[in-house]
Design a protein. Structure first.
Length: 159
């Protein structure tokens, strides 16, 4: 299915329903963003308008789109509970993130690989994904390289 920034029809139906229900119940402005190298998603609170907004990159796999949405939703809930007085990825945020992941895991139909990714985030909640680009068969991690290997990043930096 072709993706565009105006709908989430590329996601499984239960993912769509989960996200839409959260957007409505939490009063969130939601936006699907063009691919960004610096971040996968974003949560913002506008003090003047008293509004919450979440954006998620359009180029993420289905499960990473969902997890990123949940990650940003955890920021929104943490902000409301603690009024921005806690670390953005501190223990309070981690607790909320894990609770939301567990709730989603119970509610959604997940392929075994998706369930593994959810469990990885439940067992070790982090600010970013490890092994993020699971579909990129050409990707290597630093641990795959031999000592003193030379390599180049997509942005052209050489090491």
């Amino acid at each position: 299915m072709t993706r565009n920034k105006y709908n989430i029809n590329f996601l499984p139906k239960d993912f769509q329903n989960y996200i839409l229900r959260q957007i409505q119940s939490e009063g969130i402005f939601f936006r699907i963003s063009s691919p960004r190298k610096s971040k996968l998603g974003d949560y913002r609170y506008n003090k003047i308008r008293n509004t919450h907004s979440i954006s998620v990159n359009i180029d993420l796999s289905e499960i990473h789109f969902l997890i990123t949405f949940i990650h940003e939703l955890a920021h929104k809930k943490c902000h409301e509970l603690h009024l921005g007085r806690v670390a953005s990825h501190g223990k309070e945020w981690k607790q909320i993130f894990v609770e939301l992941l567990e709730e989603a895991k119970k509610e959604l139909k997940l392929k075994s690989t998706w369930e593994e990714e959810i469990m990885r985030n439940i067992n070790s909640p982090r600010a970013t994904f490890t092994g993020f680009n699971l579909d990129d068969t050409d990707a290597l991690s630093v641990s795959d390289l031999s000592l003193y290997s030379k390599f180049e990043l997509k942005n052209g930096r050489k090491f």
